[in-house]
Design a binder for this molecule. Structure first.
Ligand code: BGC
Ligand code: NOJ
Length: 812
C-alpha cells in the first residue's frame, strides 16, 4: 500500500494522507540552520548544534506521535483545523504534503477554504520562512482567524527537559510591532549572545507568548483555549514556558486569497552591541532579517535560489535509463539523503534525539564517501576536522561535538575500525578531486597543534595502529567494537545500565575482528596508492607487505569452510562460525572481505556469497546474522541483548547490504548485485509502505529480520551510513563509474535485462557524457571510446584542460 507518490519532475515526494504509518519527515537547511519537519508539521529547529542551540521544543517519546511543531490553526466559525492535520486532527476535505529538496509544502482544504503552506530555510540566512496563503472558494465571504504557534526551547535541549527547578523561572520575551514580532531572549541577559524571533509580515490582531495562557492549563496544542475563543490573550511570558503565537483576523471575499509570511530566526549580536537600552535587546539584525523576507517576491526568489542550488548539485551525477526507480533514487533521493547525513551525522532525527551522539568518527568518514562528489570543499574541511580528533598512536575519539569540534571523552576511543575509515574518506576525496595538497596539511592530534603532523602522517598512524594491534591469529584486535558497535568482545557487562560501548577495558589483547582484516586489506591498499602518489615507494611496499600478512590470516584463521568467521572472542573462541550454537554467520566479513578482494582467486569469495544467499537472505534484504541470539551472551555484549530479528541481532541492517551487493559486482554477478540492491531500495518497496512504515524516499538503518514479529518493518530512517554506501554501490559499482587517481573508470555490473543507459558525471571540473551499451551482458567492457578515440582498459585518462569527455562503452 502507498500513501503517496513520487513526482520526479518536481523532485518531490507527494504524501496524500496525513495518516502515514509513522511521521514522514524532511530536513530544511543547508549550512548552519536546520529544521526537521514532518508531514503533519511536527518537528523542531536548531542552529548548528541540535543539543546546545535548539530554538523550538519537541517532545520525543510522547503521545500522540510527533507532538509539537510549527503549527498554524485556522478558526472558521466553530471549525478549527490545521493545514497539516495535526495537532487538532480535524478531518480535512483534502490534504497534500510535498517534501522537496530543502523545502516542504502543504495544500489542504476544509469547508471550501484552502490553505497553502510553504516552509523552507533560505540558502544564506539563519531562519525558516513559512508562506501561508488562505483562499476562500465559497460563494460567500469568509471570516477566518489564523493563529501561528511555536514553543521555544530554552536553548540547551538536554537541560531543557531536565532542569525544571531553574528553567521554569528563566524564560523571557519581548514583543514589538503590536505583536507582529516576538523575541525569545531567555539567558540573553547573562552569557548568551543570541536570541530567537518569530515574526509575521502583517499587522496582527493579537499575540501570545505564554504557553499556559495560550493553551489553558491542562490543555495540549490540540485544543488551545485562545484558538477556541478566537482571541489571543496578549500575555507576556515570565518564566514557565514561553511560546510565540500570532493572531490574524482574515476576511476573504469569494475567490479571494491572502498571503502571510512568517519568519522564525536566530540572531547573534556582538558582545558590545547586545542591548539597545537597558534590558531591551538590540533588534537591528532581526529587523534586517525580517525585512528581507517581508514580501512574496523575495520569498519566491529565495525558494528559486534553493531549488537551483539543488539542481546544480545533483547534476554532478545523473543517470537516464529505462529503470525509473533507479533513476529517481540515483538522481534525487539517494544523493539528497547523503547530504542530510553529511549535515546531521547521527545527531538529530526522529530516532536520534539531537542530545546524544555528536558526530561519529567512523560515521562521518563513511558519509563522506556519499557526498564528496557533491561538495568536495566541505569534504576537505570535514576530513581535517575528523583527523584533528585522532590520537598520536592512530586511535581516535569515537565521536566529537560539531560546535566545538573536540573529541567526546564520555565515549573515548577503542573502536578499532575507526582509524582505517580516515584512510577511506581521504582516499575517496583525493580520487574525486586529485587534490594531493590535503595530505600536506598540518593537522593536530586531539586538537593539540603542538603535536601536529601532516594529514599523510595521520594516515600512517591509522595504518600502523592496525598493523601493530593484532591478536593471536594475526588478525586485527577489535577493542571495544568494530563497525558493529554491538559486538562487544571485551565488555562482559553483567549489570543493567552499564554502557556496552564504554564498560570494560577499551583494549583486549585477544579478541580479533575479521571485519577489520577486510578493511585493512582494502584501505591498506588505498594507503599504499597514496604513498606512491606522494613518491614514497618504500612505504608503499611496506604497506603492501603488512596487507599481505592480514590477507593470509583472513584466508586461514578467518575462514570457516563455507564463509568468513566474524571474530575471535576474548577466549579465542570463534564468533560467527559453524561451531557456534547461535550467530553462526555474520554479513560483515562476507561483504567486506570479498569487496576487498580477499579469497576471490582462492574461490573463497564465491562460497562466502553463496552462504550469504542461502543463510542470510530474505525477501526484505540480507540479515546481519543467523541464527539470531536467543539468549544474552556475556562474552558478546550488546549484539545478543536485542530481541531476535531487531537491530544488530539478526535485523536487516541496510548499511551492510550494499557491501554484499558490491561484493557480488566484484565477482561479476550483476543479476544478484541488483537483486540485493532492490530489496532495501526505498523506491522499490514504496508499495509495501504499510509494512515498511518508514519514509519511502529514504533508507532506514534497519528493517526487522525474519525472526521478529514485525518482519519487514523499518526503523531509524534518514541518518544512516546506508545512504552513502548504497550510493557508492549503485553509482560506482553497479553503474560502474568509479573515480580512480588517474581518472574515471567505467566498469558497470548490471543485471542482464537492465538495458542501455547514459550517465552525466561532473568530475574535476569536466563533464563526462557516458553512454553504455549493455548488449545483455552483466559485466566486462569490450570497447571504450573517449572523444572518438578508442582507449584500452577501463579508465578514461584525465587530462587537465579537457572540459568535455564523450564516452561510449560497450559491454558483452
Ligand atoms: C545501537 C547501535 C549504535 C550504538 C552506539 C547501539 O545501541 O544498536 O546501532 O551504533 O548503540 O550508539
Ligand atoms: C550505527 C552507528 O552509527 C554505526 O557507526 C554503526 O556502525 C552501526 N550502528 C552498526 O552498529
Amino acid at each position: 500500500m502507498k500513501y503517496g507518490y513520487f513526482d520526479d519532475n518536481a523532485l518531490e515526494y507527494v504524501i496524500t494522507t496525513p495518516k502515514t504509518p509513522l511521521p514522514w519527515i524532511n530536513y530544511l537547511g543547508n549550512k548552519e540552520f536546520f529544521s526537521l519537519i514532518s508531514n503533519t508539521c511536527g518537528g523542531y529547529t536548531f542552529y548548528k548544534d541540535a543539543k546546545l542551540l535548539r530554538l523550538t521544543r519537541y517532545r520525543y517519546n510522547n503521545v500522540p506521535y510527533d507532538n509539537n511543531g510549527k503549527y498554524f490553526y485556522i478558526k472558521d466559525g466553530d471549525t478549527i483545523w490545521n493545514p497539516g492535520w495535526q495537532p487538532v486532527k480535524t478531518a480535512l476535505d483534502s490534504y497534500e504534503c510535498r517534501h522537496g529538496l530543502g523545502y516542504s509544502t502543504w495544500k489542504s482544504s476544509k469547508n471550501d477554504v484552502q490553505a497553502e503552506v510553504l516552509t523552507f530555510v533560505p540558502m544564506d540566512d539563519n531562519c525558516e520562512v513559512s508562506k501561508v496563503t488562505l483562499t476562500n472558494n465559497r460563494a460567500s465571504a469568509a471570516k477566518l482567524t489564523l493563529f501561528s504557534y511555536v514553543e521555544w526551547c530554552l536553548w540547551n535541549a538536554d537541560d531543557d527537559m531536565k532542569n525544571f527547578q531553574r528553567n521554569l523561572s528563566t524564560g523571557e520575551v519581548e514583543v514589538t510591532d503590536g505583536g507582529s514580532v516576538i523575541y525569545h531572549k531567555t539567558e540573553y541577559r547573562e552569557r548568551r549572545n543570541h536570541y530567537a524571533i518569530y515574526g509575521v509580515n502583517s499587522k496582527v490582531d493579537g499575540f501570545d507568548t505564554s504557553r499556559d495562557a495560550f493553551l489553558g492549563a491542562y490543555n495540549g496544542p490540540d485544543s488551545p483555549d485562545a484558538v477556541k475563543a478566537g482571541k489571543c490573550t496578549g500575555e507576556l511570558a515570565s518564566g514557565w514556558s514561553p511560546i510565540a503565537s500570532h493572531q490574524i483576523n482574515v476576511s476573504l471575499n469569494p475567490g479571494e486569497s491572502k498571503t502571510f509570511i512568517f519568519t522564525l530566526g536566530y540572531i547573534e549580536n556582538p558582545e558590545d552591541a547586545k542591548w539597545e537600552a537597558p534590558g531591551v535587546v538590540n533588534k537591528e539584525r532581526a529587523k534586517a532579517m525580517l525585512s528581507k523576507y517581508d514580501n512574496e517576491a523575495s520569498v519566491d526568489s529565495a525558494l528559486t535560489e534553493l531549488k537551483d542550488y539543488w539542481k546544480e548539485l545533483l547534476s554532478n551525477y545523473h543517470i537516464s535509463s529505462s529503470n525509473e526507480k533507479v533513476d529517481r533514487m540515483v538522481n534525487i533521493w539517494n544523493q539528497y539523503q547523503c547530504m542530510v547525513t553529511f549535515n546531521m551525522s547521527r545527531s538529530a532525527s526522529y530516532y536520534e534525539s539531537g542530545i546524544g551522539r555528536g558526530m561519529g568518527f567512523r560515521d562521518s568518514c563513511q558519509d563522506l564517501l556519499g557526498f564528496v562528489h557533491l561538495i568536495p570543499d566541505r569534504a576537505r574541511q570535514r576530513i581535517i576536522d575528523i583527523a584533528s580528533t585522532q590520537f598520536q598512536d592512530g586511535s581516535a575519539y569515537h565521536q566529537y561535538q560539531p560546535l566545538t569540534k573536540k573529541g567526546n571523552s564520555d565515549i573515548g576511543s577503542g573502536f578499532n575500525d575507526d582509524p582505517l575509515w580516515l584512510i577511506a574518506g581521504t582516499s575517496a576525496y583525493i580520487r574525486e578531486t586529485g587534490d594531493l595538497s590535503i595530505l600536506e596539511e598540518m593537522v593536530p592530534f586531539d586538537n593539540d597543534m603542538s603535536v601536529a603532523k601532516t594529514l599523510m602522517g595521520h594516515l600512517q598512524c591509522s595504518f600502523n595502529f592496525t598493523a601493530t594491534h593484532k591478536g593471536p591469529h594475526g588478525l586485527p584486535l577489535i577493542g571495544r567494537a568494530d563497525w558493529n558497535d554491538c559486538l562487544n568482545l571485551n565488555c562482559f557487562s553483567e549489570h543493567p545500565g552499564e554502557s556496552f560501548q564504554t564498560f570494560g577495558p577499551s583494549e583486549g589483547p585477544v579478541a580479533e575482528s575479521v571485519f577489520i582484516a577486510g578493511m585493512f586489506v582494502k584501505y591498506g591498499e588505498e594507503y599504499a596508492q597514496l604513498c606512491e602518489l606522494t613518491g614514497d615507494d618504500a612505504e608503499a611496499a611496506r604497506a603492501r607487505e603488512e596487507v599481505k600478512k592480514v590477507y593470509d590470516a583472513a584466508c586461514t584463521a578467518g575462514w570457516d569452510g563455507e564463509w568468513f568467521v566474524r571474530a575471535y572472542d576474548a577466549n579465542s573462541n570463534k564468533v560467527g562460525s559453524k561451531e557456534c550454537e547461535e550467530g553462526q554467520i555474520y554479513i560483515e566479513p562476507q561483504g567486506f572481505c570479498v569487496l576487498a578482494g580477499i579469497g576471490v582467486e582462492e574461490g573463497l569469495a564465491e562460497k562466502a556469497l553463496k552462504s550469504v544467499e542461502e543463510r542470510l537472505d530474505t525477501k526484505y534484504g540480507v540479515m546481519i546474522l543467523q541464527p539470531a541470539y536467543t539468549k544474552y551472551h556475556l562474552e558478546l555484549g550488546e549484539v545478543s541483548s536485542y530481541p531476535p530479528g531487531y537491530k544488530e541481532n539478526a535485523g536487516i541492517f541496510c548499511h551492510n547490504n550494499p557491501w554484499i551487493s558490491i561484493a557480488e559486482t566484484v565477482l561479476g554477478h550483476g543479476n544478484r548485485a541488483f537483486e540485493v540492491y532492490k530489496k532495501t531500495c526505498p523506491a522499490y518497496i514504496e508499495d509495501i509502505s504499510e509494512i515498511h512504515c518508514t519514509e519511502p524516499y529514504v533508507y532506514s538503518q534497519m528493517v526487522a529480520g525474519k525472526d521478529a514479529k514485525f518482519f519487514g518493518q523499518g526503523k531509524n530512517s534518514w541518518l544512516t551510513g546506508t545512504a552513502a554506501w548504497t550510493f557508492v554501490n549503485i553509482s560506482q559499482y553497479i553503474l560502474g563509474v568509479y573515480p580512480t587517481h588517474k581518472g574515471l573508470s567505467i566498469n558497470p555490473c548490471v543485471p542482464e535485462d537492465f538495458g542501455d543507459f547514459t550517465i552525466t558525471r561532473k568530475y574535476r571540473g569536466a563533464t563526462y557524457n557516458i553512454k553504455v551499451k549493455q548488449n545483455g551482458a552483466q559485466k566486462g567492457i569490450t570497447k571504450l571510446t573517449v572523444n572518438g578515440r578508442e582507449v584500452s582498459g577501463n579508465i578514461i585518462p584525465y587530462e587537465d584542460g579537457i572540459k568535455e569527455y564523450n564516452v561510449e562503452a560497450q559491454l558483452g
